[in-house]
Ligand binder design. Structure first.
Ligand code: NAP
Ligand code: ZN
Length: 353
């Protein structure tokens, strides 16, 4: 038995997203079936739809910032019941027994996690062998990969927490960002605006590092104490050797050295944006001030729940622009131009109508 669902998919790197019908598996004993209410548009959806990383298989249904209501559960499901408000992020499966999975770091599964979209479906139950994401009416997911959404959060504005939220929260926690530290968030987009909110909530002195002077006032409303314009050589030089930590969300390869120079001795810059080659990475700024350059991938399931609960306690959600499903291609073009405040979210009711 399978469930037919409507969605939007793309069929090649150069074609637009168009309506597409496919089948989801009926819930197995440990599965939760979810009616999708909202899905955020992550820049990774666009990189993948357009095959910019070279690994996309078609048809391709994007979407890994999913909020919905449980509509059915398998008979072994213990954490969720019909009607619960839940979320699904970037992962829907992993091996469950390697050291990363045992540590609750399923995103680093030694045997390869299954992405919510474009992954190899190891569970099956449908004619296709790919996973299809959240630009769709329904999704069926093992309960281990389902998250609980705090009641006080607006469901639409909570959707991007499932990727943009955890991708910024996780490195801030892992590198122990704390009160009294000077933290720079590079790039004010979907990830960056959440990085500013989280670093501010953790008590850090937050600097928004941006290529867009017009975003300065917004950055301060989001919680930044200062704005640093990365194209202004004088401002950049004046900020050398002053940061404890930098979170870099730039979505393309770029020269790393100008940002490394901003770090103090022993400071760390974490790359989350550029899933591609970085240019100009000199050993000099690393060696002479013992600085570190690191990377980080989304977050595991326990930490994603921790982040959602943190958002519930601190009343943190995302700043969104809601769109109808049919406007998704236009939203992609605007995101690529950095013209979104600060995350598009698709109202999935517009797909049903
Ligand atoms: P986004 O909304 O497009 O934001 C990216 C921001 O980076 C832009 O708003 C812009 O901010 C800045 N920017 C864009 N092009 C730039 C350039 N050429 N040089 C310098 N700055 C530039 O994207 P997003 O959804 O936040 O995603 C950011 C990246 O993270 C994407 O590549 C995405 O695939 C990746 N990602 C990684 C993970 C992970 O687990 N590591 C998870 C999710 C997404 P300003 O206007 O302020 O400069
Ligand atoms: Zn994402």
């Amino acid at each position: 038995m399978t469930i037919h669902v409507h969605s939007y998919a793309t069929h090649s790197a150069t074609s637009e997203l168009v309506p597409f019908v496919f089948e989801r598996r009926d819930p197995r004993p440990s599965d939760v079936a979810i009616d999708i209410l909202y899905c955020g548009i992550c820049h990774s959806d666009i990189h993948s739809a357009r095959n910019e990383w070279g690994w996309t298989q078609y048809p391709f249904v994007p979407g890994h910032e999913i909020i919905g209501r449980v509509c059915a559960v398998g008979n072994e499901v213990s954490k969720y019941k019909v009607g619960d408000l839940v979320g699904v992020g970037c992962l829907v499966d992993s091996c469950g027994h390697c050291d990363s999975c045992n540590d609750g770091l399923e995103q680093y599964c030694n045997n390869g996690f299954t992405g919510t979209y474009g992954g190899e479906d190891k569970i099956g139950g449908t004619p296709h062998r790919l996973t299809f994401g959240g630009y769709s009416e329904k999704i069926t997911v093992d309960e281990h990969f389902v998250l609980r959404i705090p009641d006080n959060l607006d469901p639409a504005a909570a959707a991007p927490l499932l990727c943009a939220g955890i991708t910024t929260y996780s490195p801030l926690k892992h590198w122990n960002v704390d009160a009294g530290q000077k933290v720079g968030i590079i790039g004010l987009g979907g990830l960056g605006h959440m990085g500013v909110k989280f670093a501010h909530a953790m008590g850090a002195y937050v600097v928004m590092i941006t290529t867009s002077p017009e975003k300065g006032a917004d950055a301060q409303k989001l919680g930044a104490n200062e704005v640093l314009l990365s194209k202004d050589a004088q401002m950049m030089a004046a900020a050398h050797n002053s940061f404890d930590f930098l979170l870099n969300t730039i979505p393309v390869g770029h020269d790393v050295d100008p940002y490394m120079a901003l770090l103090k001795r022993d400071g760390t810059m974490v790359i989350v944006g550029a899933v591609e080659s970085l240019t100009q990475v000199s050993g000099i700024p690393l060696i002479f001030r013992r600085r570190s350059l690191a990377g980080s991938l989304i977050g595991g399931l326990p930490e994603t729940q921790e982040m959602l609960d943190f958002c519930g306690e601190h009343n943190i959600t995302c700043d969104i622009e809601m769109i109808a499903m049919k406007d998704v291609n236009h939203a992609y073009d605007r995101t690529v131009k950095s013209d979104v405040k600060y995350r598009f979210v698709i109202d999935m009711a517009s797909l049903k109508s």
